[in-house]
Design a protein around this ligand. Structure first.
Ligand SMILES: Nc1ncnc2c1ncn2[C@@H]1O[C@H](COP(=O)(O)OS(=O)(=O)O)[C@@H](OP(=O)(O)O)[C@H]1O
Length: 406
C-alpha cells in the first residue's frame, strides 16, 4: 500500500500549526479575561477608597469594616492606582459633604443650612462629578491623602444667637486656612459630659497652619461656657457677632414664631406688666441682648484682647470690611476680600460668589433673612430705652460704638 501522499501528509504537518494558532488564541483570550478581571477588581477597590471621606464623624467603625481596613486612605493605595483613586476620591468629595455628621443637637435653623443646595451636590447636574482640585474645599488635599489631624478649635464663634453667626462662619470657610464644623456642636453647653475627645472627633481634619473653628451662638449666654473653654485652652480666640438687641430680639421671636405660630404676640411677651411698662428680662429673647452682663462673665476668664466683636449690621453692609478684621484677629492672611461677595437683590443680603467647595454663587438659606413681623412702635421705643444703658456699658467694655443708640 502506497504511503500517504502529500494529501495524506498535509493533515499531520497542519495539525501542529492549527494547534499553535489555537494555543495563541487561548493565550490571548486568557490575557483578555485576566485584564478584564484586573480592571473589574480595580474598579471594585476604587469604590472602597472613599472610606475616610464618607464615614460619619468618629467613624472608626467603617475603617474596621471587613475587607476595607487595608484600603482606608493612605498615599500607598494612591500610588498603586493613582489616577483611578484620585479621580474617585474627587468624585466622592461632594457626597462626603452631604454626609457630614450632624451636630449632636442643633435647631432647625442650622439643619436648613446643612442640607447641601442641589448645585453643590454631586451627581447629575451637580458640581461633584465635574469637580476639580481647584474647586475642592480647603483641606481637600489632606483628605485625598488622608492626611492631617483633628484638632480642638483654636477659635470659636460664641454668639450671639441671631447675630449673623452663620453668615460669618460660612464666609470664613472660604479661607483656605480655615476649616470648620458645619453644624453647631453645642459642646460647652449641652454635651460637655461627653468629653473633649468626643468634641475633637467632631472637628474636620486640618493640616499644619490651618485653623479649626466652630460656632455655637448659645455659648455667649451659658454661664459655664467661659470656664469650660478656658479649661480646654486659655488661648482660644473668641468671636462674638453682635446685633442691635432690639432687632435681635425680634429676629429671635420671628424664628420661634416660624416653628410655633400659636405663640403670644411679641408685644405681650416683652412685658411683665404692660401698664407699668416693666420689661420681662426672664424672656430669653430679651435676656440675650443684655450683652454687657454676659460679657462680664467672659472677662473673668479671658482678656478682652482675646475676644473680637463683629458688628452684625456691618457684616451685612460691608462683609469684606468685617471679614478683614476677623482675618487679622485670627492671624490669617487677608484672602477674603470684597471680590468674594455680591449683593443679591432678591435675597436682600450679601452672598458668596463662590461657596466653599463650589464654583457657584451661594446665599444663605431661607431661615436666614426672614421677614420680621411689624412690632408696635411704642414697644420698640420702650425696648430701646431699656437697652440703652446696657449698650453704652457694652460699648465702653469693648471700646467700640456699634451705633444702636444713635
Ligand atoms: N449674608 C447674610 N445672609 C443672610 N442672613 C444674614 C447675612 N448676614 C447676616 N445675616 C443675618 O443673620 C441672621 C441670623 O443670625 P444667625 O446665623 O446668628 O442665627 S442663628 O443664631 O444661628 O439661628 C439673620 O437674621 P434674620 O434677618 O432675622 O433672619 C440675618 O439678618
Amino acid at each position: 500500500m502506497a504511503p500517504p501522499g502529500p494529501a495524506g501528509a498535509h493533515p499531520t504537518s497542519a495539525e501542529p500549526l492549527s494547534r499553535s494558532i489555537f494555543r495563541k488564541f487561548l493565550l490571548m483570550l486568557c490575557s483578555l479575561l485576566t485584564s478584564l478581571y484586573v480592571f473589574y477588581c480595580l474598579a471594585e477597590r476604587c469604590q472602597t477608597l472613599a472610606g475616610p471621606l464618607v464615614r460619619p464623624s468618629g467613624g472608626g467603625d467603617e475603617a474596621g469594616a471587613p475587607g476595607r481596613g487595608a484600603l482606608i486612605g493612605g498615599p500607598r493605595e494612591l500610588a498603586v492606582w493613582p489616577a483611578a483613586a484620585h479621580r474617585k476620591r474627587l468624585l466622592q468629595l461632594q457626597p462626603w459633604r452631604r454626609l457630614r455628621p450632624p451636630a449632636p443637637r442643633h435647631d432647625g435653623e442650622e439643619a436648613a443650612w446643612e442640607e447641601e443646595p442641589p448645585g453643590l451636590a454631586g451627581g447629575p447636574g451637580g458640581s461633584g462629578a465635574g469637580s476639580s482640585v481647584a474647586e475642592a474645599p480647603p483641606g481637600t488635599l489632606a483628605l485625598l491623602l488622608d492626611e492631617g489631624s483633628k484638632q480642638l478649635p483654636q477659635a470659636i464663634i460664641i454668639g450671639v444667637k441671631k447675630g449673623g453667626t452663620r453668615a460669618l462662619l460660612e464666609f470664613l470657610r472660604v479661607h483656605p486656612d480655615v476649616r470648620a464644623v458645619g453644624a453647631e456642636p453645642h459642646f460647652f453647653d449641652r454635651s460637655y459630659h461627653k468629653g473633649l475627645a468626643w468634641y475633637r472627633d467632631l472637628m474636620p481634619r486640618t493640616l499644619e497652619g490651618q485653623i479649626t473653628m466652630e460656632k455655637t451662638p448659645s455659648y455667649f449666654v451659658t454661664r459655664e461656657a467661659p470656664a469650660r473653654i478656658s479649661a480646654m485652652s486659655k488661648d482660644t480666640k473668641l468671636i462674638v457677632v453682635v446685633r442691635d438687641p432690639v432687632t435681635r430680639a425680634i429676629s429671635d421671636y420671628t424664628q420661634t414664631l416660624s416653628k410655633r405660630p400659636d405663640i403670644p404676640t411679641f408685644e405681650s411677651l416683652t412685658f411683665k406688666n404692660r401698664t407699668t411698662g416693666l420689661i420681662d428680662t426672664s424672656w430669653s429673647a430679651i435676656q440675650i441682648g443684655i450683652y454687657a452682663k454676659h460679657l462680664e462673665h467672659w472677662l473673668r476668664h479671658f482678656p478682652i484682647s482675646q475676644m473680637l466683636f463683629v458688628s452684625g449690621e456691618r457684616l451685612i453692609s460691608d462683609p469684606a470690611g468685617e471679614l478683614g478684621r476677623v482675618q487679622d484677629f485670627l492671624g490669617l492672611k487677608r484672602i477674603i476680600t470684597d471680590k468674594h461677595f455680591y449683593f443679591n437683590k432678591t435675597k436682600g443680603f450679601p452672598c458668596l460668589k463662590k461657596a466653599e467647595g463650589s464654583s457657584k454663587p451661594h446665599c444663605l438659606g431661607k431661615t436666614k433673612g426672614r421677614t420680621h413681623p411689624e412690632i408696635d412702635r411704642e414697644v420698640v421705643r420702650r425696648l430701646r430705652e431699656f437697652y440703652r444703658p446696657f449698650n453704652l456699658k457694652f460699648y465702653q467694655m469693648t471700646g467700640q460704638d456699634f451705633g444702636w443708640d444713635g
